[in-house]
Design a protein around this ligand. Structure first.
Ligand code: FAD
Length: 435
């Protein structure tokens, strides 16, 4: 093949990138293309910042290899076809994705490629095991329950990692196009994006991973990998992460949860808006005031507020805090999980449809939890996973003076603090002592 276009989407790396590796192996000229889609621009300022940093880093990596990241703005399908026609490309390569938006984009690109007689090839790379590759025996296109999926996933054959291209040759006379200035974002303490930063973290993680099985629920210790934004944007290959971390079962199991929700989302494209298990969808309460207290981290329940403020500050939240805050919204305040999906989706650096909506539905009891009526008592959770209150004091400065685990009990906090009392429905101490 003379010329191929590789359309980057949320696979912003050069290592273990099957579509890029195949194009470089099969074509003498390759156009690495990214199309800024204005329809996605305002969804999350914090994620936009991470995206633009990652694009700048990808551009640098491609320039090191003799090419560039060619950037265009507009409808990704129209711009990709326009580029392919302008360089006489015989083929276009793209990492397959599962969200409703991504699949619609793939379908439209397929139609346009057929019309113009350009070969379109979809590649793996966003997950470890392709969504849909592991299916339950006895019918069904996807697993609804995690444990059997986990067993099948572990037993399945994983693809081999692909080589990183050494040199990439652009066709002549292609203007690379400017990358817009990096936006500010809404979270002052958000981490920086990019494959370089992701790989630095992957190598540093080797010093911590031994402690993961014991410490990953310790909210104050903060001993999780924080890879999620880098996996979300494909700055890290999930397969490479799994191979580097081989043998650390507790950690690999979490990576499997990620794959699990991708195959759920593939089979159930409306995961963000419709209950997966419709019988679990309750009549939710309409309470705009409680919702905004929750969003702002002002519920008066310290562990909930700490989680929500970590989200505001960092664009990321500890998994245990996500469980507690999500359960508080849905099971204590009785507010519809879709409000939580939307708020997290705007704020999270790692916010994506399969993991965000899949986890929200799990917590709300409308999703893949085998015990949908499970209740999380936030105070008991706090006492168990932040026994000394270190996590709470880190994110709720009004409570800095309250010592030890006493910080978790709203009904015991001194009245004179500049910190709200619990919401109306949660004033009674007895509410907290229920299982
Ligand atoms: P680690 O504990 O170091 O785990 C390694 C990797 O495994 C993570 O980076 C992630 O890719 C994967 N992983 C871990 N836990 C889960 C899980 N429960 N489900 C799926 N994958 C998991 N994760 C997202 O990537 N995007 C989201 O939008 C998202 N929204 C969530 C919403 C709610 C309500 C809840 C309860 C969880 C959500 N999660 C989401 C899952 C999980 O909280 C994060 O993946 C994890 O906290 C990321 O931190 P880490 O990278 O340090 O994880």
């Amino acid at each position: 093949m003379n010329t191929a276009v590789v359309l980057f989407t949320r696979d912003l790396r050069v290592h273990d990138h099957p579509a890029l590796a195949a194009a470089c192996a099969n074509a003498s000229h390759v156009v690495p293309l990214y199309v800024l889609d204005p329809s996605l621009a305002d969804i999350s300022p914090t994620r936009s910042r991470f995206l633009h940093q990652s694009l700048a880093d990808l551009r640098a990596a491609l320039r090191d290899r003799g090419a560039d990241l060619v950037v265009r703005t507009g409808d990704p399908v129209a711009e990709t076809i326009k580029m392919a026609l302008s360089v006489n490309a015989e083929g276009i390569g793209l990492s397959a994705d599962v969200s409703h938006y991504a699949r619609r984009r793939e379908e439209r690109l397929t139609d346009e490629c057929e019309r113009h007689r350009i070969a379109l090839k979809l590649f793996p790379g966003l997950t470890i095991v392709d969504p849909g590759a592991v299916t339950p025996g006895g019918g069904g296109s996807s697993y609804r329950v995690f444990s059997p999926y986990h067993r099948a996933w572990l037993a399945s054959k994983w693809r081999d990692e692909v080589a990183t291209p050494g040199r990439i040759t652009l066709p002549p006379d292609i203007p690379a196009g400017p990358l817009p200035a990096i936006p500010g974002g809404e979270s002052p303490d958000a981490v920086n994006g990019g494959e370089t930063e992701g790989r630095r973290r992957l190598s540093a993680w080797q010093r911590h991973i031994d402690g993961y099985a014991d410490a990953h629920n310790d909210m104050a210790a903060d001993e999780t990998s924080r890879f999620s934004p880098y996996l979300r944007w494909g700055c890290l290959s999930p397969l490479e992460v799994a191979k580097v971390c081989e043998g650390h079962e507790a950690f690999i199991r979490q990576l499997c949860w990620r794959d699990f929700y991708y195959q759920v989302a593939l089979a159930f494209p409306h995961l963000s808006t419709r209950a997966y298990r419709s019988s679990g969808d309750l009549t939710w309460r309409d309470d705009a005031s409680a919702l905004s207290h929750w969003q702002d981290g002002l519920t008066g329940v310290p562990i909930v507020d700490a989680g929500m403020r970590q989200l505001q500050a960092e664009g990321w939240m500890h998994n245990r805090a996500r469980l507690i805050t999500a359960a508080f919204l849905t099971k204590h305040l009785g507010i519809d999980w879709r409000h939580g999906v939307q708020w997290f989706f705007r704020r999270l650096l790692d916010g994506d449809v399969p993991n965000n909506s899949g986890n929200w539905q799990w917590v709300a009891g409308t999703g893949n939890d085998t015990r949908p009526y499970r209740r999380f008592n936030p105070i008991r959770q706090a006492q168990r996973f932040d026994p000394d209150g270190v996590y709470v004091r880190r994110y709720v400065p009004e409570l800095k003076a309250v010592e030890g685990g006493a910080v978790h009990m709203p009904w015991k906090l001194p009245q004179k603090l500049d910190y709200p009392g619990p919401l109306e429905s949660h004033r009674d101490e007895a509410v907290w002592l229920r299982p």
